[in-house]
Design a protein around this ligand. Structure first.
Ligand code: PRP
Ligand code: URA
Length: 209
């Protein structure tokens, strides 16, 4: 089964609490999401392999460490996943970015695909899927399946808030994918929104409601 990593550093919990507050406006919400994505990115890249490099400091020659060849791709699930991309790219500026467009049908709560554009060599990369909300898990499972169809075999899922239902679905359908979240919430409501959650992440990022 894919491992669940709850990245609950005090600074992340503090920032997430501000994001959850319904009085927090779009500008602060966006900035906090980027900050948390950067902090989570630090943990998600913790096990990247290193290799030696010969360099010369102003004082002497030395053998120093650099991240080894393993390349990264960030794949946000549109729209809300876009809000986490810049945070990760601050940490890994050379990461390529693919896009998967999915929205949930409001009646069925099932995801509908409307866009997919990925780096040509995506199958050679460590792929980090970003989406702040893991609710039923339908969108994440479909995005992972789309990446696997294109040959990706090294995929991690990075969300801000996960519902137990969504976490269980991803673990059941994609046991090879590790999940990283800042918080695991209580449940879903009858509209398949996360409780207590933070509302509609896409609307809060882009100010559409
Ligand atoms: C939200 C969210 C996830 C999805 C999670 O997107 O950003 O992609 O719902 O729900 P699930 O786990 O039940 O699939 P939404 O469909 O609202 O689209 P948007 O980002 O364009 O607002
Ligand atoms: N999508 C959101 O943006 N929020 C939820 O709580 C569930 C799905």
């Amino acid at each position: 089964m894919g491992q669940l990593h709850v990245i609950d550093h005090p600074m992340i919990q503090h920032k997430l609490t501000i994001m959850r507050d319904k009085e927090t406006g779009s500008k602060d919400f966006r900035e906090l999401l980027q900050e948390i994505a950067l902090l989570m990115g630090y943990e998600i890249t913790r096990d990247l392999p290193l290799e030696d490099k010969e360099i010369e400091t102003p004082i002497c020659k030395m053998t120093a460490k650099v991240v080894a060849g393993r390349k990264l791709a960030v794949v946000p699930i549109l729209r809300a996943g876009l809000g986490m991309v810049d945070g990760i790219r601050t940490l890994v500026p050379v990461a390529k970015v693919g896009h998967i467009g999915l929205y949930r049908n409001e009646q069925t709560h099932k995801p509908v695909v409307y866009y997919c554009k990925l780096p040509e060599d995506i199958q050679k990369r460590l792929v980090i899927i970003t989406d702040p909300m893991l609710a039923t898990g339908g969108s994440a499972c479909d995005a992972i399946a789309m990446l696997k169809e294109r040959g990706c075999h090294n995929i991690r899922l990075m969300c801000l808030v996960g519902a137990p239902e969504g976490i269980a679905k991803v673990q059941a359908e994609h046991p090879d994918v590790d999940i990283y979240v800042a918080a695991v919430d209580k449940c879903l409501n009858s509209d398949a929104y996360i409780v207590p959650g933070l509302g509609d992440a896409g609307d809060r990022i882009f100010g559409t409601k």
